[in-house]
Design a protein around this ligand. Sequence first.
Ligand SMILES: [Zn+2]
Ligand SMILES: [Zn+2]
Length: 303
Amino acid sequence: MSARVTRARSDRTGLITAELRLIRVHILGSAAGGGLPQWNCACVNCVAARTGKIASQTQSSIAISGDSEAVQRWFLINASPDLPRQIESMPQLQPGRDSPRSTPIAGVLLTNADIDHALGLLLLRQQETPLIVYAADQTQAALAWIDSVLARFCGIKWRKISADFQSLGGSIGFRAIELPRSVAFQFRDDTSGATALFAPSVGELTEELREAVGGSDVIIFDGTFWSDGELAIVRPGARSAREMNHLPIPDGSLDLLRQSPARRKIYTHINNTNPILMPGTRERAQVEQAGIEIAHDGLEIVL
Ligand SMILES: [Zn+2]
Ligand SMILES: [Zn+2]
């Protein structure tokens, strides 16, 4: 981005164009399913969040826009059950004042069919026109129940995703990187070529994903669990991180992100049991020493 802005500064018209067309990413929610605090959880982190010692987090979702500020349309990547609250916390996602009912939300992209990624679709049911939803065929099939509920309201217009870049409107191109039981999305600013990767559910570091991590300017990555058995500590018999399609942080992503030349590397979709949420822990220090940020709700990134 800095090269581009510098270039644009040499030319007044260019400066205006660059400033208006930058891609903006806004982290609406940074927690895994359940949020922080989770309603039925009294783990160390949930108690700390309830008592205001650490910041609360809503469930994972980002908003992205590549439009000029005058006519901003936003796409959501995953629609969490916390969506209404997230919209109220971000003025750019709220209806314009020029008509009684409107929304700048142009569509939703889904990484998979998990409840914490898809339930928010139901909460957009008052929309006048069908919701535009980009998803893999398996995700669409798994969400047939949401499809049939919404058919009585606005309905859903499903759009295909592809391994090749396609336009998402404005200057944004995007492509899907197939993973086991999920996809990651890579976004590209078609003007500058800058890229951002959003991968909140990573059960395996595939070759294609590794390449995308090595070639993206901004990486927002699965930081759900620190250890494989983390959830069983608070809920005996709970599935392991890997069984829930999340690679524990030290088992690969920590090294991969440390070595990536990306300008910003950020863990998101963090489960409330994860020790990286607590300042001062050994685990958090390891993440920070690797040059990786820990997402918080409201974090904004300009590509
Ligand atoms: Zn999730
Ligand atoms: Zn908890």
